[in-house]
Design a protein around this ligand. Structure first.
Ligand SMILES: [Zn+2]
Length: 461
């Protein structure tokens, strides 16, 4: 058997572990422990650790089947945990924390063979979503990209099982000082990997269709997915490294310090109210034409402030983040855009709020009222509102909801749509002078939605 797939990704991860961690492991290296026909050739501990990332596939070996089971008896899935057809934040956080804790317990007890088996199971589960074949319903592949040759039907899944080991050993980072905290950071990274992996679905399938056989362009799939392989190996290495650090209480001071805050701009929300801003675009706003522009907001007295880091939120939208109860405070700046002013006028009345909930909030809501446990902040923003800083208590929250509601005027005060559509009624607003927009266009019509902008959002542990 060759070094490929999970074994290869695991081997590269093991090669990145610090020496003190790898040298501590003393698993069963007897012929019985390393020489089974379903294992690649193993000669040393790093290879054993890597090879055991295949353990979730050894379910017909009675000795290994228990490692493919969750605590309550169900199988560990070969994709992110789902609930109700969607990726479950709480489910994935809980499973990652549980698998990590099992590895920590075995390390702490010095049961090295058990620790390697738990590490392998965790590695396999974490690596899966980095390939679209294990993150995305496979039927979509041929539904979105139908084969131009109607005389064939290919199992496109195998195009995405093309792990590469062509990258330097990963340099692991500490993901947390508890399994629960680490699970949150690890899963956020996994979600980033799901997104970047999905961008490769089209290119991989198109490369496949150019071949006479599905395997003809396998080298192209592998090359396209190389970065995904590297990411999956990195996060495997991070999870194992974190398990060692927690098990033996050996934390690097710098790594620990970096865990004190989490940059919300890098967090992947699990729910976004259907609106114009479908994704968070880091460090940019999208203007009315959909072009990305810097985040410029109003300061005091009509001045302008630029946020180098942050994101924009459309004026009638909600984002939910699963933060797994890890954070105590949310610190951020909030302002209104100073260059995108077409929809700001004297009627602008934006209600921005921060809400928290225990558990994973799964409700959807047309009016952006999600039934959270409490609204810890509500701010009303008018046109030209200067940027302000906020610091709110979010202790114990599993779900963090950021939302903005643009409340429309009641119908009695609204002008007829026909009337303000009359030619000649629209006058262009004043152009920015010296980089600062002067007074707002005084439109009488109601505008329901406005762009709302955040600066760096930082949740502090
Ligand atoms: Zn698998």
């Amino acid at each position: 058997m060759e070094w490929q797939g999970h074994a290869l990704l695991g081997l590269r991860a093991a090669q990145g572990l610090p020496e003190w961690e790898l040298s501590m492991l003393k698993p069963d290296m007897s012929p019985q422990g390393i020489g089974q026909p379903f294992m690649p050739p193993i000669t040393h501990v790093a290879e054993k650790l890597g090879a055991f990332c295949l353990i979730l596939d050894w379910i017909y070996q009675p000795e290994f089947a228990p490692y493919a089971r969750q605590a309550e008896g169900g199988w560990v899935p070969h994709h992110p945990v789902t609930a109700g057809g969607a990726i479950s934040e709480s489910g994935n956080n809980a499973l990652i924390a549980d698998m990590l804790q099992k590895m920590i317990d075995e390390l702490r007890a010095g049961r090295w063979e058990e620790a390697v088996r738990r590490a392998g199971a965790l590695g396999h589960f974490l690596q899966e979503p980095f390939t679209p074949g294990h993150s995305t319903p496979n039927a979509l592949f041929e539904e979105i990209f139908p084969d131009p040759d109607p005389s064939r039907h290919w199992r496109l899944h195998c195009c995405f099982d093309s792990a590469s080991g062509d990258f330097p050993p990963p340099k692991p980072e500490l993901m947390g000082t508890t399994a629960k905290e680490a699970a949150f950071r690890i899963f956020n990274y996994v979600k980033q990997g799901i997104r970047s992996g999905r961008a490769l679905i089209g290119p991989v399938i198109m490369a496949a269709y150019r071949g006479e056989t599905i395997g003809e362009n396998a080298h192209v799939y592998k090359a396209l997915l190389r970065k995904q392989s590297e990411m999956s190996s990195f996060i495997t290495c991070c999870a194992w490294h974190t398990a060692f650090c927690i098990a033996f209480g050996r934390f690097d001071a710098r790594e620990r310090e970096e865990l004190r805050s989490f940059d919300l701009v890098s967090a992947v929300p699990y729910y976004m109210h259907p609106s114009k801003y479908v994704h968070i675009v880091p460090d940019k706003l999208a203007d009315e034409e959909g072009r990305l522009v810097p985040i410029d907001v109003w300061g005091e007295n009509g001045s302008e402030v630029r946020f180098e880091h942050g994101f924009g939120l459309f004026g009638h939208s909600g984002y939910k983040f699963f933060i797994n109860g890890n954070f105590s405070r949310l610190k951020f700046k909030l302002g209104m855009p100073s260059r995108i002013v077409k929809l700001q006028n004297e009627h602008t009345d934006l209600r921005f709020s921060v809400e928290v909930a225990k558990g994973e909030n799964t409700s959807s809501s047309e009016d952006i009222e999600y039934g959270a446990d409490s609204r810890v902040l509500e701010v009303r923003l008018r046109a030209g509102e200067p940027v302000r800083e906020y610091d709110v208590d979010i202790s114990g929250a599993d779900t963090l909801i950021l939302s903005s509601r643009s409340i429309p005027l009641d119908h009695g005060r609204r002008r007829s749509p026909l009337r303000h559509r009359r030619p000649g009624r629209h006058r262009p607003g004043p152009l920015p002078v010296n980089g600062v927009s002067p007074a707002f266009p005084r439109k009488r019509q109601n505008r329901r939605r406005n762009n709302l902008t955040f600066a760096l959002l930082r949740a502090i542990l």
